[in-house]
Design a protein around this ligand. Structure first.
Ligand SMILES: Nc1ncnc2c1ncn2[C@@H]1O[C@H](COP(=O)(O)OP(=O)(O)OP(=O)(O)O)[C@@H](O)[C@H]1O
Length: 654
């Protein structure tokens, strides 16, 4: 049943007679009558949800104990019932299982453990594939693009979620959601990030909630929405959530220890400890229940703090642990024998037994086609990046800066063999092939993890799949990669005086482009399956070092290499790239020589063709083939990336 009036903290304090200090015992009788939600348009029942995981007994280096496993109970027979129009707060100390319970309800728990129990919406049992379409889930951390405005953020999300809506309808929807969450005044402000200011933390939280509201969910789950906010802002967020609930929705929110003013904001309060529901009921029922157990909340004491402390298990020493565990256990048993518990079980049965069960209210899900999603993701990523001046500057200049180092070091290439004509040219080729992947890698590590976090969340919301974000990212970096490599090669090639043939310059640039893009692609592929960007950094660096060692033929000629390395060299892009650059630079080049006194044979090499024949026999005839094989690494890595991000779907649970 929806109610039209809105709440503010002030209203709540006044309605409840709460003027700063909290008097639990004397206030219980004066509470306002709760609305009757029995005929609500939606109900959520959670029945006997348990979750267990197997854990190794010992560390991995102690094999005998590592092989043994023990079962850990994370959730134990949790049941509760909520009707629409209600907000339920799940309280509990850290590690009590609040987030796991929310994940279990939302169907996001993954398959690392064993999940038992059932979730019903309107008395109908949810099937596995229905969870995502039924619940909206706001995670503890906001994953938003820093350079977009609030309005843009919501508009792009709406475009990803709602296909059948026209642009005008989406504009109206976004405007309505912004009004509902009081975001109108910051509609054109950028979200902001760690290095530049944007909207406040509370406003960011509201944008995250607004993104979920675009699909008109009936059930909204929020994990710690007040974490990291000052208490005033935290209270405002909870009041706002209560307001959303009053508009015919179910809101379930985990919260550490809210301020006492919020006591009557919640229609249901659940307290968790060690994976068990120690209590779940209305605030007044909670006070009565704990009083009947002999634990009266002292006057002027925050009841949330008091009851959570009372039911927590203190693990600081074994005696305290035994005593507090026993107390928690006694309270849980008392709750399971209480009228509150029985009446809650009755409501679950009532909603499941109803003959005229309403349909399950799914979120609006008119998802666009794969290409349209890719288009929206691409536009969103480009818009975000176009405002990141430092990011663009970094992308465009890093190769050039590297080119400056080389040019400054080499200065001018000589034709005289004894003055480094061969060695300096090979050095430039080695540096161009060996260092370009690093700049690509640095870009990906700096820019992609933020997008990956957003893709993780939005793919869980069913907006698109993670690999689509990967593709959008690749497409949007391509022009930057091409321009940045051309700036690098244009400067280096002509400054140091490489082979002065424009066609060769284009070939040189086209070859150097590949290691740069491969470095970025390889990093993205690994970022799909490895969470830690530092590990990815090290992995790509090592792969690149190994590749240039085996593939270039500079450190050891191919003829001298053990056969296994000769075969391995065919798997490296450096083999084809170096061979191409050697031919591009050395073919048809004639050297001069000033014989060095006391060094007979210093003038043995007189042409570039000799370098090719001796180090890379047949390279000239393989020129086109080498180009094709080099460029084949790009689509191969794109396909690997798609596979990697599909694997990520199974790896990332929350
Ligand atoms: N898949 C899992 N494997 C092993 N342990 C797990 C798994 N999921 C959760 N846990 C453990 O279950 C306990 C409850 O975790 P959960 O994140 O639900 O707690 P919480 O109440 O939300 O804590 P906090 O308030 O600190 O976020 C923790 O000790 C956590 O380490």
């Amino acid at each position: 049943m929806s109610q039209s009036h809105s709440y503010s903290l002030q209203d709540v304090f006044q309605n409840n007679g709460l003027n700063g200090t909290f008097k639990v015992v004397s206030e219980t009788g004066t509470s306002q009558p709760k609305p009757d939600y029995v005929d609500s348009s939606c109900s959520l029942s959670v029945k006997n949800v348990s979750y267990t995981v197997s854990e190794h007994v010992g560390p991995w280096w102690d094999l005998s104990s590592f092989r043994k496993k023990w079962t850990r109970q994370i959730l134990n027979q949790v049941s509760f019932h909520v009707d629409s129009g209600q907000i339920m707060g799940i309280l509990g100390n850290s590690g009590s299982g609040k987030t796991t319970l929310l994940d279990a309800i939302a169907g996001r728990i993954g398959n690392s453990g064993k999940l038992l129990g059932e979730v019903f919406v309107n008395g109908r049992k949810l099937k596995t594939e229905q969870f995502q379409d039924c619940f909206s889930y706001v995670l503890q951390s906001d994953s938003l693009l820093s350079y977009l405005t609030v309005e843009e953020t919501l508009t792009y999300t709406a475009h990803l979620a709602l296909r059948k809506h026209s642009s005008e309808a989406i504009r109206k929807k976004v405007a309505a959601v912004m009004v509902e969450l009081s975001l109108g005044h910051v509609a054109h402000s950028v979200i902001g990030g760690r290095i530049f200011p944007g909207i406040s933390g509370g406003e960011r939280r509201r944008v995250s909630i607004a993104s979920q509201l675009l699909q008109d969910p009936k059930v909204i789950l929020l994990d710690e929405p007040t974490t990291g906010l000052d208490s005033m802002t935290a209270n405002q967020i909870v009041v706002l959530l209560a307001e959303l609930a009053r508009r015919d929705r179910i809101v379930i929110v985990t919260i550490h220890q809210p301020r006492s003013e919020l006591f009557r904001i919640f229609n249901r309060i659940a307290i968790m400890s060690r994976g068990e529901l120690v209590f779940c009921g209305e605030p007044e029922e909670m006070v009565d229940f704990f009083s009947s157990c002999g634990y009266e909340c002292p006057e002027y004491c925050n009841p949330f703090d008091f009851y959570v402390d009372l039911t927590s298990v203190d693990t600081r020493c074994s005696e305290r642990e035994a005593a507090t565990y026993s107390r928690m256990h006694d309270i849980t048993s008392a709750y399971q024998n209480s009228e509150v518990y029985k009446s809650m079980l009755g409501r679950i049965e009532q909603s499941c037994q109803r003959a005229d069960k309403p349909m399950i209210p799914f979120k609006s899900k008119e998802s666009p086609s794969c290409m349209s999603k890719l288009n929206v993701l691409l536009r969103r990523t480009v818009r975000n990046m176009s405002r990141d001046r430092m990011g663009i500057l970094m992308r465009l200049s890093q190769n050039l800066i590297y080119g400056l180092f080389i040019a400054f070091f080499v200065m001018k290439l000589d034709k005289d063999v004894t003055k480094g004509a061969v060695q300096d040219r090979i050095g430039i080729i080695y540096q161009s092939m060996g260092a370009s992947p690093y700049t690509g890698m640095l870009n990906a590590v700096a820019l992609f993890p933020a997008l990956r976090a957003i893709a993780d969340q939005e793919s869980k919301d069913g907006l698109y799949q993670k690999w689509q974000m990967f593709l959008a990212y690749i497409i949007h970096i391509l022009p930057f990669s091409i321009i940045s490599v051309f700036i690098f090669t244009s400067f280096l090639y002509w400054t140091v005086g490489m082979n002065p043939d424009p066609v060769r310059f284009v070939c040189f640039s086209a070859v150097v482009m590949v290691p740069h893009i491969v470095g970025e692609l390889l990093t993205l592929v690994l970022l799909g399956v490895v969470q830690d960007p530092n590990m990815v950094n090290s992995g790509v660096a090592l792969l690149n070092i190994a590749g240039i060692m085996v593939g270039s033929g500079f450190l050891r000629s191919f003829k001298q290499m053990p056969v296994v390395f000769q075969w391995l060299s065919y798997l490296t892009f450096q083999k084809y790239g170096c061979e191409l650059l050697i031919v591009t630079e050395f073919y048809g080049l004639n050297f001069t020589c000033t014989p060095l006194a006391g060094l007979p044979g210093s003038c043995l090499v007189d042409s570039g063709d000799m370098i090719i024949d001796q180090g890379y026999p047949g390279a000239l005839s393989r020129y086109t083939q080498d180009f094709l094989l080099l460029y084949a690494f790009l689509p191969a890595l794109v396909i690997l990336g798609i596979i990697s991000f599909k694997i990520r779907d199974h790896l990332i649970r929350r």
